[in-house]
Design a protein around this ligand. Structure first.
Ligand code: ATP
Length: 358
């Protein structure tokens, strides 16, 4: 008898991603001999101990040796709840029981300077827009990046599911975001495509079921049900209300919107990349008349790229900033310079737009 359908589904999702990683390393799937083991690429799973990432860890532990890859795990202790250090240690020991090796528990301090074990220091991103959730996320990714580098990992797997994707799209819609935000999380992201999300097409219920039938203990993060958090309200009130009003299938539809938006955003970014070269003069200033002739979606992307190239941090550069700069082109009334994040300033000089450090 084969595995339970939920277990088969999570394993298939992970196998696909492992096959991609193997292909990128010029390898074919197959079990390792003991000699080959130390030189085979390492895939880490980022595990909170929640159902999604425990399911992911179990599928990785099962599939990696069959594919000819090593598998390890990292759990991050954000230090935000009492006893979080004990829980992280417990998650680490569960990962070891699954057969993962190496396994690390990394402590970070969110909000101020963020430290991890191994004496390295990272910025927690406390001043970043988005509040404590964003600060915790920044600290977590810094720690995961560092762990991946320490272990020279080929990839880090994350347990985001189709439900997480739908929530991300809805949050973006409610904020009035453009299609790049509506495209949600990418299946592959980060430095050199380090982060992989095998479960983006899989629903949360399947991951939870897979844990249940494999008797994997899971930790339910109280933040996930705390109505103080926007995402929690969306998950427990917003999406169910939408499904009640519009019928089942809202989550799948939103995930499809993410995919379609990603394709559109990629195409527009490529267009803007080409257009950017055509609107610059020899001194790197932008020609306002040429910018004016571009479709607004392309023009805004050209302006955003120029601001980022001048040093504006992408994470702090919002649509409202770009709209203000855009008015120097489309609504020119002699306005003064526009200040952007990262001490970047946009100002009009005759028929040219200059975007550079203030
Ligand atoms: N403390 C953590 N340590 C390591 N990885 C984490 C941690 N928190 C989140 N992750 C990774 O990020 C993914 C998304 O986390 P998030 O908290 O947004 O979703 P979730 O639905 O609560 O996931 P899970 O059920 O796995 O906790 C997780 O599946 C996991 O891969």
């Amino acid at each position: 008898m084969g595995p339970h359908p939920a277990v088969a589904a999570i394993r298939l999702a992970v196998r696909r991603v492992l096959n991609d990683i193997l292909a990128e390393h010029g390898r074919t799937p197959g079990r390792l001999t003991p000699d080959e083991r130390s030189s085979s690429p390492l895939v880490l799973v980022a595990c909170s101990g929640g159902a999604d990432s425990m399911a992911l860890a179990s599928a990785l532990a099962f599939e990696a040796p069959r594919a000819g890859l090593r598998a390890g795990g990292v759990t991050v202790d954000h230090g935000l709840q009492a006893g979080s250090d004990l829980r992280a240690a417990e998650v680490a020991s569960r990962l070891r029981e699954l057969g993962l090796d190496p396994v690390e528990s990394v402590a970070v301090t969110v909000g101020r300077e963020t430290r991890v074990a191994h004496s390295a220091a990272y910025r927690g991103g406390g001043s970043r827009a988005g509040g404590p959730e964003a600060a915790a996320r920044d600290a977590r990714y810094a720690a995961l990046d560092a762990a991946a580098e320490r272990h020279r990992a080929a990839a880090v797997l994350l347990g985001h599911t189709r439900d997480d994707q739908a929530e991300t799209v809805l949050l973006g819609l409610a904020r009035g975001s453009g299609i790049r935000s509506l495209s949600g999380m990418a299946a592959v992201s980060g430095a050199d495509g380090r982060y992989r999300r095998p479960f983006l097409q899989l629903d949360r219920q399947t991951a939870r079921k897979a844990c249940m039938v494999q008797s994997l203990p899971v930790w339910d993060d109280p933040h996930n049900t705390d109505p103080a958090y926007t995402r929690s309200r969306l998950r427990h009130e917003g999406l169910p209300a939408l499904e009640k009003a519009l019928g089942k299938g809202v989550v799948e539809a939103l995930a499809r919107t993410a995919q379609l938006s990603r394709d559109d955003a990629d195409a527009l970014d490529a267009w803007a990349g080409k257009a950017a070269a055509g609107v610059r003069d020899a001194d790197g200033r932008l020609e306002c008349a040429a910018l004016h002739d571009l479709p607004p979606a392309v023009r805004r992307r050209v302006l955003r790229r120029a601001a980022i190239e001048a040093g504006a941090p992408a994470g702090s550069l919002f649509a409202r900033h770009i709209e203000e700069v855009d008015r120097l082109i489309t609504g020119w009334r002699g306005q003064g310079a526009i200040n952007l994040p990262g001490r970047v300033v946009a100002r009009r000089q005759g028929g040219r737009l200059v975007i550079r450090q203030g």
